[in-house]
Design a protein around this ligand. Structure first.
Ligand code: PHE
Length: 482
């Protein structure tokens, strides 16, 4: 809201450490206001964890595993962020920068749920699992209501309304029992006159439905951050850092430049860095926005002070990994009728993502696993070939032989082992962004300001990186005007 111009003033100079989303948005907003900004980025591309992998892209991780993506033209995987909720400010930057978006299918009635207790090749469709779970829950609650269990809680009129709701919600029969429903799906779909279709039969007993545990996946899509519709940039998530880079001016972003020290004095901040050829440089500016991983920031030579170090130390790196599997055919669409959306498993794979673009095309990249924490750490220690072998062996249990036979190539990213990033997101051991320990980062007193998803209430989202960057920029500007 305040004056965000530098009219009549000397343009301040700012060094931004890190060309991830927080760094790029900081540079973009400062540039609009007239500041002279230099972004130092140790990697050979901007975007940080916003990484879209296409054919020819290379990655050598800290275990020394080297990969070169063999994806065919037009195919890609979003190895980092991949979905944007409608309320997120990320979408406003897409609009402002002219980055077209399309729907990311985050939930799909046709996608599968597969638990290791299920026979191989017999996953359950979401639509079936929901019909059965909602059906039985509704039947049981209607029964309890009818039998008087809620008489103390509800009036007769309320009880009637509740039962009416449950009858509809669970698709209950005349006697208010769940007997199966067209919601479960069909073995042969309704067709022409004379072909009413064949409903999926063999309705499992309530006890089997609850024992299967399928219901534990339903609440995911209730989340304020995960509910449909979700969005993705057309062509890959890195269209966003690409557009930001163009808007900032590519020459302001120095790739291959690793900061080595950060020293603030009364009048400015000096950053030393090593460029791609190994040459050392020093640069002084009025301000620094440190938008690099918090656990790597403390590795610089610095004079940030003990409180800042303590705050940064309370933010621990958290692991996640994804594998992209390119297939020669879109068998999940032709054979399984799954168009986008996520299959949930209790296997190492955790989540399997079907692509939300390129429908009905010749090829596609499936996210063969998207897992977090200890599983991700375990897979990070495996060679890319072994990760692929494991992903395919487990995926085959769900989808059958084509999971192996149609595979063309794979590419996997273990975020904890990606140089200069070293995390997928963060673990705050229960502390929130409002916690007093983070005050030195959120309300800095010197010339160094901080930005990153890790300094927001939306860690692990670009939205968090952006709102933190906007706060750093407005704080900086308010101080510059004094
Ligand atoms: N934003 C990431 C994702 O959507 C990580 C995350 C997962 C955050 C689940 C919250 C909940 O995959």
């Amino acid at each position: 809201p305040a004056d965000f111009h530098l009219t009549g003033r000397r343009p301040g100079t700012v060094i931004v450490l890190g060309a991830g989303i927080a760094g790029l948005v900081s540079a973009y907003e400062l540039g609009k206001a007239g500041y002279r900004v230099t972004v130092l980025e140790p990697r050979d591309r901007a975007g940080g964890r916003n990484l879209t992998v296409r054919g020819g892209d290379e990655l050598t991780d800290l275990h020394g595993f080297h990969q070169r993506a063999r994806f065919t033209a037009g195919q890609y995987m979003n190895a980092g962020p991949a979905r944007i909720a409608p309320w997120m400010v990320t979408l406003d930057y897409c609009r402002e920068l002219g980055v077209p978006v399309e729907v990311f299918t985050n939930g799909n009635a046709d996608a599968y749920i597969y638990h290791s207790s299920m026979p191989a090749g017999q996953p359950v469709r979401y639509r079936t699992a929901k019909a059965d779970t909602y059906g039985y829950v509704s039947e049981l609650l209607a029964k309890a209501t009818d039998q008087g269990a809620l008489d103390a809680e509800l009036t007769a009129e309320d009880r009637a309304r509740l039962v009416e709701f449950l009858t509809d919600f669970g698709d209950l029969g005349e006697a208010r029992e769940y007997l199966g429903s067209s919601r479960r799906g069909f073995t042969s779909w309704p067709g022409e006159a004379g072909a009413p279709g064949e409903m999926l039969g063999d309705v499992p007993a309530a006890s089997a439905v609850f024992a299967s545990g399928v219901g534990r996946h339903f609440s995911f899509e209730f989340g304020f951050d995960q509910a449909m519709p979700m969005f993705q940039p057309v062509g890959g998530m890195d269209r966003l850092p690409g557009a930001l880079t163009r808007a900032i001016g590519p020459r302001r972003i120095k790739l291959g430049c690793r900061a080595t020290s950060l020293i603030q004095k009364g009048s400015g901040v000096t950053v030393t860095y090593t460029d791609a050829t190994g040459c050392a440089h020093a640069m002084t500016a009025d301000y620094v926005i440190a938008a690099m991983p918090p656990h790597l920031l403390t590795g610089l030579v610095h004079n940030l002070g003990a409180d800042v170090v303590a705050a940064l130390g309370a933010i621990r790196p958290f692991s996640a990994g994804k594998i992209g599997l390119e297939y020669r055919s879109r068998w999940w669409e032709t054979d399984h009728r799954i168009f986008g959306g996520i299959t949930e498993t209790d296997l190492d794979l955790a989540h399997v993502w079907h692509p939300s673009h390129g429908y009905l095309g010749d090829r596609g990249v499936l996210i063969g696993y998207y897992h977090y924490g200890a599983t991700a750490d375990r897979y990070s220690a495996m060679s890319p070939k072994d990760r692929e072998t494991s992903a395919v062996t487990l995926g085959e249990r769900i989808y059958g032989a084509k999971y192996r036979t149609e595979l063309d190539s794979s590419f996997s990213v273990a975020w904890r082992e990606v140089p200069h990033l070293r995390a997928a997101w963060h673990d705050f051991a229960g502390e929130s962004a409002q916690s007093p320990i983070f005050k030195p980062l959120a309300e800095p007193t010197g010339r160094v300001l901080f930005a990153g998803d890790w300094l927001s209430n939306m860690d692990a989202w670009q939205h968090g990186a952006i709102v933190a960057a906007r706060k750093a920029v407005t704080t900086l500007h308010a101080r510059a005007l004094k």
